[in-house]
Structures are given as C-alpha cells and as structure tokens.
Design a protein around this ligand. Structure first.
Ligand SMILES: [Zn+2]
Ligand SMILES: [Zn+2]
Ligand SMILES: [Zn+2]
Length: 156
C-alpha cells in the first residue's frame, strides 16, 4: 500500500497535524474540517499516526539510560526507560522496567482543608479529572496506601 495516498479516494494525503491532546494525524488532501458546521467536507479519511516517543534530558534512576515520554492507549502520558521494549508476539517486556506517570500541574489554593486545616491544592488525576485535595495527603508507593489527610473534593 502507498502510505502517502488516501486509501478511500486515491488522492494525496495532507500535512501531518497535531491535535490538542498531542496526537498526530493526516487528513486526505481533498477533505477539510469545517469549524462552523463541525463536519468534514470532501473525503473524510483520517490517518492516525503513532505517538512518537520523545527522549528526555533525564536519566533512568534504575539503569542510567535516557528516559522517553510515551502515551498509552488511554491517552495517559508516561515516562519510561528507553531500554524497555514490549514484544507483542510473546507478550513480554524486556529491558529496564522503570516507568513513571507524568504528573499533572499542582496549584496551591488559598483555602483550608475542612478536615485538618492545612492548605488545599488543586490537581488533576491521570485521567484528566480536576480535584481539590488536602496538601498533606499523599500516596505511599511502597505500601500502596494513602498517607496524610484523605480530604478530596471533585471539581466539575
Ligand atoms: Zn480521500
Ligand atoms: Zn532504565
Ligand atoms: Zn486535610
């Protein structure tokens, strides 16, 4: 198959564009997105491109190799070791297994926790939900349990 041609109509594919969520796509050059009608005009073929891992200027704490940013099937971004590989045939991972979810920005609020009086912070879960939580609350990765104050308020 010719990668640069639209499989629907045979026209050339357009330029690679990046969506707000960081995904890349190519539309058929005879199709275009009409922002007023919110519909595709012309050929509606869209080719989604795989997310290209981005190499970071950070080293893996386990093995010292560079870390890369990658995106999961669920649009969650994570940092992982560049030496880690996934073999889809044997369904096994090889190389270094270090990974870390990308942290959402945290905003300090001028509000007090109704449970303990400490400051509240506004943050986002890995799935993009906004929440306010107590700044003393945390997560212990080793014991896999919540630490500190458990106050959480979900925001719309
Ligand atoms: Zn087309
Ligand atoms: Zn590593
Ligand atoms: Zn609290």
């Amino acid at each position: 198959m010719d990668d640069t041609k639209c499989p629907k109509c045979g026209s050339a594919l357009g330029e690679v564009v990046t969506t707000k969520t960081g995904k890349k796509l190519q539309r058929c050059s005879t199709g275009s997105w009409n922002t007023e009608t919110r519909q595709t005009e012309g050929c509606d073929y869209v080719k989604w491109l795989p997310f290209e891992p981005e190499t970071l200027d950070e080293k893996c704490p386990k093995c010292g190799e560079p870390l890369v940013v990658t995106m999961t099937r669920f649009n969650k971004k994570m940092k992982k070791c560049s030496t880690s590989k996934w073999d889809p045939k044997t369904k096994t991972a090889s190389g270094c297994n270090f990974f870390e979810w990308m942290k959402a920005p945290v905003e300090e609020l001028d509000e007090e926790c109704p449970q303990c009086g400490a400051k509240l912070i506004k943050t986002q879960t890995a799935t993009g939900k906004n929440m306010k939580k107590c700044s003393t609350g945390g997560w212990d990765r080793e014991t896999r349990s919540a630490t500190g104050c458990s106050y959480v308020e979900w925001l719309k």
